[in-house]
Ligand binder design. Sequence first.
Ligand SMILES: [Zn+2]
Length: 235
Amino acid sequence: MKVMIDIGHGGSDPGAGGNGLIEKDINLQVGLHLREYLNAYDVEVRTTRETDITLSSDERVALVQSFDPNLCISVHHNAASASEARGAEVIHAHYDQYDDKLANAILDNMEAIGMPRRKSFTRLNSRGDDWYFMIRRIWDNNTDAIITEGGFVTNQADADLLRRKEFLLSEAKAIGTAVVEYLGLKPKDSSNWWDEAMKRINEEGLIENIHDGRDAVTWAEFATVMSRLLDKLKI
Ligand SMILES: [Zn+2]
């Protein structure tokens, strides 16, 4: 499994601004926290940037396409002329019904950390394709694409949350846990501590197949293995 984290804006493109916050900076913090969170799982993770650099649309798309991930998450934050507008939004591809599932899981998690749910949606251009290039040019049958807008810098209450470093860590975790569930990722360190023992009893003829160490064993199977062991020990 491969996940690309596209960290929105950067360099000469600050993105949204308001209440003393600059979008490119909070995107970077959330994106790098998200990378760290996902790195604990059995998945290859890349980011489109890890510093304050300028990237063109073409450069972003090329970075994603050369990596060919299962999922590309673009991390953004929102702004509106009406300062009342607040809460998290997730934009998903119109092609794929399952992106809506991921979008809603992210919004549920955001709500649980105090960022209100605003909406998940798709937006189409006049040709009936996705409006946002990081979905339109990224999504295909092998790559899902989604954009998170983790609150409005132009809203006082949202900005008060987004100003806190611990909140940005929680936001990354909110997105990360939804992604882990969606892609069915397994933690790196829990993988196969039993492998060696399983291989040994298989080679010794006590079991015929290599099993998943998390599977339950019946008494019949246990008795069979013990009986083979007794034969081996010639008891
Ligand atoms: Zn943005």
